[in-house]
Design a protein around this ligand. Structure first.
Ligand code: TYD
Ligand code: MG
Length: 466
């Protein structure tokens, strides 16, 4: 008598175990094993039969067919590397409710208006719900085909013929399933197989495929990291529910750069493009107050000014608290150690909070100097000089290192009415505004000490350590 064999697959890393255990031995994740039926095994080796002769093309001709379709939504096109490539697959990840479905509906509507055939497959919402959303977005007139389906077999049947749609959205890939796989939709085997099937079809029929992926609590696209390897482009749609800004970020792109961001704001009628994000991120900034500094950053090719806020308070705990939003907590730890050890600033026993305003996440080391200024300003209760932007990377010895694209940063700051800058040496931007060169973070500490003393306050610095 034959028995259906089952195996246990880790939903995090895809490792297969013969028995259930509480913890995956391969990746160490807890409670991620799910029972799935064993699939008929593949034949070993190639067996009999000859392969087809490969069609060879020269490197120069390889991308002849690479015509990009622009969507007309500039913030989106830039993140994609200048438009959508036929036959490519894009994965869009993000928290539930962040606006993935809204963004994609707006994108396909824009493409449909340019005359491209688009199909939007909704696996989560009913057709009426999608129509209602389209009405709200004002795109109800766009010639987009809609379908509510989750079976990949049915979806493939609608796509696998000549003259099919050129843009296809699967919202979301976690709802898609193959009926010949004995696992629930959303499990790693189903998601992987469904995505593979759709991607293969996209390559064969030369349409652009969008897969919407949910993100887990840990911030990864649910289940499969493997999905990220299968697609050509991975975009994350991020933002803070409390803010209306939404940021589209490319984390992998076979057809473009990965350091670009697109900024949108969620309005009552869907997502609106924000072409001047600096003005938006600084909109809530009032007169200079202590504990804030404006960082002149770069996101890809575009300069973006953001405010960094810090709060330093005496700690009531044995181990002081450190909390960071929008920046790297390791970077903050390093910065605090440099201030303490190289400049004698007594900050080690205090609680430190750092926040990047507006829900933006900064990954550039160039933000070090601005973060240091915000911390010193918070500690001394002295605001940073008025109309001043700051950038520069800080090394472990406290020296300030030059960073790229200084002129672009300064030009953007000048455009927004800033008059002064603290910048690393060799910035080359004197013609743009008044720039104070900072070679060592100690110079910044001294500035704040002077300012504090002028007001009869003190910056807690141990002079001997200096
Ligand atoms: P949605 O696109 O459904 O998110 P996801 O697909 O990522 O889960 O976005 C839903 C949220 O966006 C919801 O909380 C309401 C808000 N929203 C607006 O504020 N304005 C709008 O015009 C639309 C369509 C949605
Ligand atoms: Mg959705």
């Amino acid at each position: 008598m034959s028995r259906v064999q089952s195996q246990f697959v880790c939903q995090q890393c895809g490792a297969v175990h013969p028995k259930w255990t509480g913890r995956c031995e391969a990746c160490g994740a807890w409670n991620t094993l799910v029972e799935e039926a064993v699939q008929a095994s593949l034949p070993k080796g190639l067996g009999a039969g000859k392969g087809k002769k490969l069609e060879l093309v020269g490197l120069g001709q390889a991308n002849e067919r690479l015509i990009r379709r622009t969507t007309g939504v500039a913030e989106f096109d830039r993140v994609c590397g200048g438009g959508l490539v036929p036959g490519s697959a894009l994965l869009i990840g993000g928290d539930p409710g962040i606006g993935k479905s809204t963004l994609l509906l707006q994108i396909v509507a824009a493409l449909a208006r340019f005359g491209h055939e688009c199909l939007y497959v909704s696996g989560e919402e009913s057709l009426d719900q999608v129509r209602l959303r389209a009405q709200r977005l004002g795109v109800i007139g766009a010639p987009v085909d809609l379908a509510a389906a989750t079976s990949v077999r049915d979806i493939a049947a609608a796509l696998d013929h000549t003259g099919g749609p050129k843009i296809v959205v699967m919202d979301s890939v976690q709802t898609a399933y193959l009926d010949n796989i004995d696992a629930a939709p959303g499990t790693i085997s189903q998601v992987r197989a469904a995505a593979q099937e759709l991607i293969r079809l996209a390559k064969r029929r030369s349409f652009t495929l969008f897969l919407v992926g949910h993100v887990t609590k840990e911030g990864m696209i649910a289940g499969p990291r493997v999905l990220e390897h299968m697609v050509d482009t991975v975009l994350y749609f991020e933002g803070d529910r409390g803010h209306q800004f939404r940021i589209l970020r490319a984390v992998k792109n076979r057809y473009g750069p990965t350091d670009e961001i697109g900024v949108f704001s969620m309005t009552g009628h869907g997502l609106a493009e924000v072409s001047n994000p600096s003005a938006l991120f600084l909109a809530e900034r009032q007169a200079p107050i202590s504990g804030t500094a404006v960082f002149a950053g770069m996101e890809g090719t575009r300069p973006v000014l953001v405010e960094i806020e810090a709060l330093v308070a005496p700690s009531l705990l044995g181990t002081p608290r450190r909390a960071v939003v929008g920046w790297d907590s390791n970077r903050l730890a390093m910065l605090l150690a440099v201030l303490e050890a190289r400049c004698g600033v007594a900050i080690g026993t205090r609680d430190v909070y750092l926040n990047v305003a507006g829900g933006l996440r900064i990954t550039e080391p160039a933000a070090d100097l601005a973060a240091a200024a915000a911390l010193l300003s918070a500690l001394s209760h002295e605001p940073v000089a008025d109309k001043t932007v700051i950038f520069g990377e800080i090394g472990l010895s406290g020296e300030v290192r030059p960073v790229g694209q200084s002129e672009a940063r300064l030009r953007e700051a000048a455009k927004l009415g800033f008059l002064n800058a603290y910048a690393p040496p060799r910035h080359g931007g004197e013609t743009i505004m008044r720039v104070a060169e900072v070679r060592h973070v100690r110079q910044l500490v001294e500035r704040f000490m002077e300012r504090a003393e002028g007001q009869g306050a003190v910056l807690p610095v141990r002079r001997r350590a200096r």
